[in-house]
Design a protein around this ligand. Structure first.
Ligand code: CP
Length: 308
């Protein structure tokens, strides 16, 4: 299936070949990520952000403008007529009538899929609750592909909130498509992967281990994907108190790391990566965030028909 006109709801909707096609276009887009290429002139992108964002919202906005298009946007429900009682479906119908594509972030799982049912124009999921963050996973894989030159056969660790984290979950799905040598799922007991993710890994025959101890596996890893505890997703604040600050990547733990370890993080960071790590050769997370522009340029150009 091509990209044109397609909804982007979950990373698992894509094949490895489709993702590689996206990455090759994104590599081309790197040339224009600080200038302009008029591929989406006269097109409008609607950004519907019902939850806070720095990277996703601004990089979509930047990407669309670098492609010669324009954006309409809101970043909190209080600023639109939802605050007067309008429902989500009617809001999406309006954006559908104004824009050529819609990017939506919402706290409810399934919100993007629902929006895609209501809208005729393509809908891109910018995060729905704890469920999916497909464009983040595209950026994560792209960073590995660009910086390591390959995606297959790697020892990959995912550290942090694997239960509520949509970026971590989407990354686990995404990296599993490219046959990791072994997947190390590192988290406090309370934040282990959900059963549906475990079922997915089992169905794909992925070799994975679940552990609470980063220091015991750090020496194996070629990629370490770190995420914060998703405080806002905990149904019970007492549960959050039990796990906050329970893991941290610092120079001490990195003293046993492989030379070629790459540390990724979707950001925002809270305290799970010590600031001292930023200066090390392992830190790729700001580079990763900067790849958000060319990857989202490529995705918008493909979905909105700027690139065949
Ligand atoms: N990685 C990510 O989704 O960051 P933002 O919440 O700042 O968009």
């Amino acid at each position: 299936m091509g990209f044109k006109g397609r909804d982007i709801i979950a990373i698992t909707d894509f094949t490895p070949d489709e993702l590689l096609r996206l990455f090759n276009v994104a590599k081309e887009m790197e040339k224009y990520s600080k200038s302009r290429i008029e591929l989406l002139k006269d097109k409008i992108l609607a950004l519907a952000f019902f939850e806070p964002s720095t990277r996703t919202m601004f990089s979509f906005q930047t990407a669309m403008q670098r492609l010669g298009g324009s954006v309409i946007w809101f970043s909190r429900a209080e600023a639109i007529s939802i605050a007067k009682g309008e429902n989500l479906a009617d809001t999406i119908r309006m954006l559908n009538s104004y824009a050529n594509a819609i990017v939506i972030r919402h706290k409810y799982e399934g919100a993007a899929a629902f929006a895609a049912e209501v809208a005729d124009v393509p809908v891109i999921n910018a995060g729905d609750g704890s469920q999916h963050h497909p464009t983040q996973a595209m950026i994560d894989l792209y960073t590995i592909w660009r910086e390591k030159g390959k995606l297959e056969g790697l020892n990959i660790g995912v550290l942090g909130d694997l239960r509520y984290g949509r970026a971590a979950t989407s990354f686990i799905y995404a990296t599993s498509m490219f046959k990791p040598r072994k997947l190390y799922l590192i988290s406090p007991e309370l934040l282990r992967i959900r059963n549906e993710v475990r079922d997915y890994l089992d169905s794909k025959g992925i070799d994975y281990v679940e552990t609470t101890k980063l220091d015991e596996v750090i020496g194996e890893l070629e990629v370490l994907y770190v995420t914060r505890v998703q405080k806002e997703r905990f149904p019970d604040p007492a549960e959050y108190e039990k796990v906050k600050g329970s893991y941290r990547v610092d120079l001490k733990v990195l003293s046993n790391a492989r030379d070629d370890l790459m540390i990724l993080h979707p950001l925002p960071r809270v305290d799970e990566i010590a600031l001292e790590v930023d200066q090390t050769k392992y830190a790729y997370y700001f580079k990763q965030a900067s790849y958000g522009v060319p990857v989202r340029m490529a995705l918008l150009a493909l979905v909105m028909g700027g690139v065949e």
